[in-house]
Ligand binder design. Sequence first.
Ligand code: ZN
Length: 276
Amino acid sequence: MNYERVKYETPATGVARITLTRPEAANAQDYLMLSELNSAFDEAAGDEAIRVIVLAAEGKHFSSGHDLAAPEPNMEDFPTVGTQCHFDADGTEGYMAREAEMYLGLCWRWRNLAKPTIAQVQGKVIAGGLMLVWPMDLIVASEDATFSDPVVAFNVNGVEYFAHPFEAGTRLAKEMLFTGRSLTADELMDRGMVNKVVPLAELEEATLELAVHIAKRPMFGLTLAKQSVNQAVDAMGMYSALQAAFSLHHVGHSHNMEVHGRRIDPSGIDVIRSEA
Ligand code: ZN
């Protein structure tokens, strides 16, 4: 398939690599990128020769998050894969449906792909960037990688895939949300969010080496192992927690719309920029 915002390659036997190709915008995510990413994941999932999927990004930064400058999307331009509807409805109805489809829905879908996935991460991962990294099974980061969710400054709880407590632990989750601070790869390695930290020059090779190592194992065993771990986290309530936080996220959006006439508090951007 031809993509504009992502690149699809098969760099080794059994391995597919999907790369975000919008480095000029720090891989900011518009709906086109997310939709193409979903198609590329489907392409890898549907290819019997592929056993492991790597998600990488071109340029200095993995992803600066959702593209806040993107024009209002027309949902008819994107094939939807979830159960949402009424995307064009006024008020919270349409907006919540769009975020449920394009943000939470896609992330949860990728989290449940039946093949192991590895995020190959360099530079900044900001807010919506976490929503590409966290649904992956393993995370290999370069030494310069940092992870942050500063969107509490926008008067919402955090990003739409609210996995912070599961990914960073409750204390660090609260700290990262309350302060907006960037957490380093080393720090998150200690907390178990990152599997491996390597020099930037070795990132691609180290990630591919791990993917090749995993791809030597039989597909069904890998799928069963992945599902077993995922189901353990589901039994701890992860999906219910994500849904509850998503609902609160939309309380935040609706409040901001009522008070500021925008879905995010416009003063937040200055707070974030002043601390960047
Ligand atoms: Zn939102």
